[in-house]
Write a protein of this length. Structure first.
Length: 476
């Protein structure tokens, strides 16, 4: 046995218990407090000749047997939590002092005030349950350890189920599971998924997963926070439907207007031709017949353009030499252009390699662009009206370019060139050529760019990313 000197014994008796950073009290066999340090006194006030429950809980006698009663009964030390009368919380370490027969003569209690910890825990629990998202904690085997009320309300009881089973009624993990990535690299991951709710309906949600210890690759648990975007998806669908109906209305209105103009021309031609027959004037008959022919050609052109635009199909891709398409367009239009004083030629020489294209679709695009360029040059004041066409590879993309030095376009016209039934050709155009071109380019996963200035001409560039084209033909 170690024997302390008198000075040390005095310090242990008079100062030590006050220096201990805990609430210390000594109880007798009747549970009355016979000693308490300064911290305990500051916390609870007067304690002399008062019982433990009276001081802590304002109870003369305990309402039910507590942990400290069990310490008195069996003489075993315990650590337990006590809830005080004013909703404070203590973590109590109770140490019995035994006599030679093993009976409890005194009880030493050392307590920590854990009120702040419990308050934060309750606030976190309230947040966990009431936050307007689905929250769950899952283990490395994708078993749900804990879920909040919103999760249960939407997907039913999920705890102890696999997340893919609870959310999607699957029997295997999702291919693009963000939780799996978080377990793998210890980082946050986000994905958009579609689940099945407890009623069997679709639930669209954005899920973000994060390990409980960020950056720790061997974490055992991941938190999933899922935001329900089902209503947003419904609104998107409603918006698309509204836009589709608006487009149909615009198309019908434009088509009706165009057909009305053509019918007026046909009626005019019929009138002139009829009056020529009545008056036996061959010149009026010829004039009326010419008007009928011209408007019948407009009807034919309108129907063909409309069918081409309305045709919904995936591009029929095959390996094509882009330069061959350019050569075909040159062969097709060179003489026509020359006949109206326009030079059509190949642009800078930069022969690209074969690429996966729909030759019929790209041919239609280039035909529309070159035809428009020739028309723009025909009505311009350029001294040497010229149209150039070429194909090249640049920055991982195949580019077809058609340029002219025609009348050009101002900002407002450029904003409208790809809209339904917009034309700068007056009665000669249907307004569907560039719209069809735009549609075909989009079907190839590309884009069409326009650079134009009034009086100086225009440049149309069809930009088709080769990576996208190769992926499309690989998935064919």
């Amino acid at each position: 046995m170690t024997v302390f000197n008198t000075e040390l014994n005095d310090w242990l008796g008079s100062k030590f218990l006050n220096e201990v950073p805990m609430l210390v009290a000594v109880l007798d066999a009747e549970r009355k407090i016979i000693y308490a340090n300064d911290r305990f006194t500051k916390k609870f006030g007067e304690w002399a000749n008062r019982k433990w429950n009276d001081v802590l809980k304002k109870e003369d006698e305990p309402r039910a047997k507590g942990e400290i009663d069990r310490c008195y009964e069996d003489g075993i030390s315990r650590k337990f939590e006590e809830t005080l009368a004013h909703r404070d919380y203590l973590m109590v370490h109770a140490i019995p002092v035994l006599d030679l027969k093993g009976g409890v003569t005194h009880m030493v209690t050392m307590s920590d005030d854990i009120t702040d910890i419990r308050t934060e825990q309750m606030e976190c629990a309230i947040f966990f349950e009431r936050v307007p998202s689905y929250i769950s904690v899952i283990g490395r085997d994708f078993t749900i350890i804990k879920g909040n009320d919103n999760l249960r309300d939407t997907f039913g009881e999920c705890v102890e189920k696999k997340c893919y089973e609870a959310y999607k009624k699957r029997d295997a993990p999702c291919e693009d599971c963000p939780a799996a990535l978080s377990f793998m690299d210890g980082q946050e991951h986000t994905a958009t998924h579609v689940g099945i709710d407890r009623e069997g309906g679709e639930t669209h949600y954005v899920v973000t997963t994060s390990p409980l210890i960020k950056g720790y690759k061997d974490c055992q648990y991941v938190v999933e926070i899922m935001t329900d975007i089902t209503r947003f998806r419904e609104l998107e669908a409603e918006k698309l439907e509204a836009e589709r109906l608006a487009a149909v209305g615009q198309t019908v209105a434009g088509l009706a207007h165009t057909v009305k103009n053509i019918l007026m021309g046909i009626e005019g031609g019929m009138y002139i031709m009829s009056s020529g027959i009545e008056k036996d004037r061959r010149d009026r008959i010829q004039k009326g017949w010419t008007m009928l022919q011209r408007n019948i050609e407009k009807v034919s052109s309108l129907v063909k353009d409309f069918l081409s635009f309305a045709k919904g199909r995936k591009p029929e891709l095959k390996m094509v030499d882009p330069d061959d398409l350019v050569s075909e367009i040159l062969e097709l239009y060179t003489e026509t252009a020359r006949g109206i004083g326009v030079t059509l030629r190949r642009g800078e020489t930069c022969r690209p390699g074969p690429a996966p294209l729909d030759p019929e679709g790209i041919h239609t695009c280039l035909t529309n662009l070159v035809s428009n360029a020739i028309d723009a040059c025909q009505v311009s004041a350029a001294g040497e009206p010229t149209v150039e066409i070429n194909a090249r590879e640049e920055n991982g993309a195949l580019i077809f370019e058609v340029s002219d030095n025609g009348i050009g376009m101002d900002y407002d016209v450029k904003q409208k060139v790809f809209t339904t039934f917009f034309t700068t050709k007056g009665g000669k155009g249907t307004g569907l050529g560039l719209l069809t071109t735009y549609k075909i380019v989009q079907e190839h996963g590309g884009k069409i760019l326009v650079d134009s200035e009034p009086g100086k001409g225009s440049i149309f560039r069809v930009v088709l990313p080769l990576e996208r084209l190769n992926a499309m033909i690989s998935n064919k």
